[in-house]
Design a protein around this ligand. Sequence first.
Ligand code: NDP
Length: 283
Amino acid sequence: MKELNFKQELTAAFGQPIAENPTQVMIEAAYRHHNLDWRYLTIEVGPNDLEAAVRGAKVMGFQGFNCTIPHKVKVIEYLDGLGQSAALMGAVNCVVRRDGQWIGENTDGKGFVSSLRELTDPNRKKVVIFGAGGAARAISVEVALAGASHITIVNRSIERGEELTKLLQDKLPCYADFAPWEGTYSIPEETDVVINATSIGLFPDVDARLDFDLNTLTSEMVVADVIPNPPATNLVRDAREKGCKVIDGLGMLVNQGVIGIKHWTGIDPDPSVMRSALEEVFG
Ligand code: NDP
C-alpha cells in the first residue's frame, strides 16, 4: 500500500468550478509540457480582501502569482520589494517569492519587448504608442529601458497622455512627447515602430479601427497590437496588407507568461506550446 503523508493542514476546496482563463490554460500547458508538477489557478479576490489574500498566498507556500486589474497598483502596499521596471511604472502584474519575500515585477512590458526583439531591436528606434493606460505605461517604460530614442504617446485623454509622457521624460533616458488624439492621426515619416496599446479592437468591438491615416503607415514600420482577442485585429490585418512586419497581442501574452514561469520555477518554457494553447482558446 502506498504510504500517504498528509502534511498540509488545509487543502483548497473550491465549491464551484472557476472558469479557466486563457492565461491559466497557457501556463498549465507549459507546466504539462515540461513535466512540472505545478498548478496555476484562477482565484477571484475582491478589493477588500487583497491584503489577506497576499498574506495567505505566502503562508500557503505559493511560489508567486499574477494579479490583474484592479489590483496591479494596490498590491504594492502588501509586497516586500519591487523590481526596477515595476517601481518605475508603479504597477505589478507578477509577484515572485525570493528568499521568503514577495517581490513585485511587471512582466507585461518585458513580454512585449521580447516579442518586439523577434522582429527588431528597440535600441535607437522611434516609437509611436497609441494609449496611455496600464498597457501603454508598461510598454513605454520597457521600450525606453531597451534603448528607444524617441517615444510619442498618442492619447484621447490629455491628462493621462501628459502624465505618462512626463513619467518617461523625468525617469527614462529617452526623448518623449505627447500628441493629443484629436481627429485622424498622421504617423510621422521617420517612425520605426507603431504600437496599439489601447483597448480598441478588443472583443466584442472587433470592427473598431484606430483613427489614423493609413497612408502614413509604410512597409518599413513594425506594427504591434496588444489586443489578444481576437489576435487578427483590423490593425494587424491593415498592417499586413501594407507589408509591415506585425506582432499580434498573443505575442505579448505568451512572452509575459514565459517570463512569469521562469521567475517562479526557474524553467525557461517553450513559447510555441503556450501560443498553441492560446490559439485554441481564441479560436
Ligand atoms: P486601460 O483602461 O488602462 O487603458 C485603455 C487605453 O485605451 C487608454 O489609453 C484609453 O484612452 C484608450 N482607449 C480606449 N477606448 C478608446 C477609444 N474608443 N478611443 C481612443 N482611445 C481609447 O487599459 P489597459 O492599458 O490595461 O489595457 C489596454 C488593452 O491592452 C486591453 O485591451 C488589454 O486586453 C490589453 N492588454 C494586453 C496584454 C497582452 O498581454 N496582450 C497585457 C495587458 C493588456 P483614454 O485615456 O482617453 O481613456
